[in-house]
Design a protein around this ligand. Structure first.
Ligand code: PLP
Length: 289
């Protein structure tokens, strides 16, 4: 079952008109909310980021937080699987083709839930490889936009190299990866670029920063140069689906000793523990209207 504009229906019955601006211009925003044991992870933060993406793009938010939450819970409950990745898409709506925003159109709302597949433990123990590329995307990477052609082209470079991710540099500095944020570790100190218009403010990024601070792991949010990334002892990528994942080779060169590092092991354990606590509590968060 998926949700489209007020109705729950089977995926193959869901249809949008070809003049939907999501199709014509990629004119929309989205969220991916991970759900563990039917409990959405960091729901309030995901809804806040959605509101921000809608606000920044001038797309009307068709629902209050409680309405979003109710739709999400209903969709989650319709699925036969426990751990889910719920996609929530909002486009500016259907209108005659014209770049300028149409007046009085209803936003299109589409939600679907897939089984959530986090990297299995063996893969985490082994780590993954990454390639790098110049970050040629636009200057509003802080908006979780549906226009992902740049991210898709950059991710394809990784796919062609049999790698997990493409790590991106702009003007000699680390930004993020094609679909994840990036952290590095040198001499026990974690570093990541601060939030700006050049990176997506990752919900997982926030969790990692919080866990580091709460557990006394030194962490710096500051510009990270390309040279620092290439000389790092550890590189991690973070996202709702990858969680915290170690990169053990970049552009064919080993990161550290070519195995997931000690600081990674600690952060991975903290992250899993944090997740387990939420799952054990089994509580669905309250959201304010
Ligand atoms: C470009 C980009 N950066 C970072 C992230 C990580 O964000 P989150 O941790 O909220 O999943 C994503 C997630 O899809 C992404 O597409």
């Amino acid at each position: 079952m998926v949700y489209l504009n007020g109705k729950f229906l089977p995926l193959d019955e869901a249809r949008v008109p070809v003049l939907d601006r999501g199709f014509i211009f990629g004119d929309g925003v989205y969220e991916l909310i991970p759900v563990y044991s039917r409990v959405p992870f960091r729901l309030v933060e995901h809804l806040a980021r959605l509101e921000r993406s809608l606000g920044e793009t001038g797309i009307r938010n068709p629902h209050s937080r409680t309405q979003w939450r109710d739709l999400l819970y209903r969709l989650i409950d319709e699925q036969p699987f426990e751990d889910q990745g719920v996609y929530l898409h909002v486009t500016r709506g259907v209108a005659k083709r014209d770049h300028a925003f149409p007046k009085n159109v209803e936003p299109t709302v589409f939600m679907m839930s897939n089984p959530l597949v986090n990297p299995p433990r063996e893969q985490v123990e082994q780590g993954g490889i990454a390639v790098s590329a110049q970050d040629y995307r636009w200057l509003r990477c802080d908006i979780k936009s549906l226009s992902l052609i740049g991210n898709c082209m950059l991710r394809e470079l990784a796919a062609q190299a049999g790698a997990a991710e493409t790590i991106l540099f702009r003007d000699g500095k680390l930004t993020e990866a094609s679909a994840s944020n990036v952290f590095v570790v040198k001499d026990g100190v974690i570093a990541a670029p601060p939030k700006s218009n050049l990176i997506l403010p990752g919900i997982t990024y926030d969790v990692v920063v919080e866990l580091a601070r709460a557990n006394g792991l030194p962490i710096e949010l500051r510009e990270v140069s390309e040279a620092e990334v290439r000389a790092a002892d550890e590189i991690w990528v973070t996202s709702s689906s990858k969680e915290v994942f170690p990169i053990v080779a970049l552009d064919g060169r080993k990161v550290g000793d070519g195995r997931p590092g000690a600081v990674f092991q600690r952060m991975y354990a903290l992250y899993q523990d944090f997740k387990q606590k939420i799952m054990r509590a089994g509580k669905r968060e309250a959201v304010s209207a």
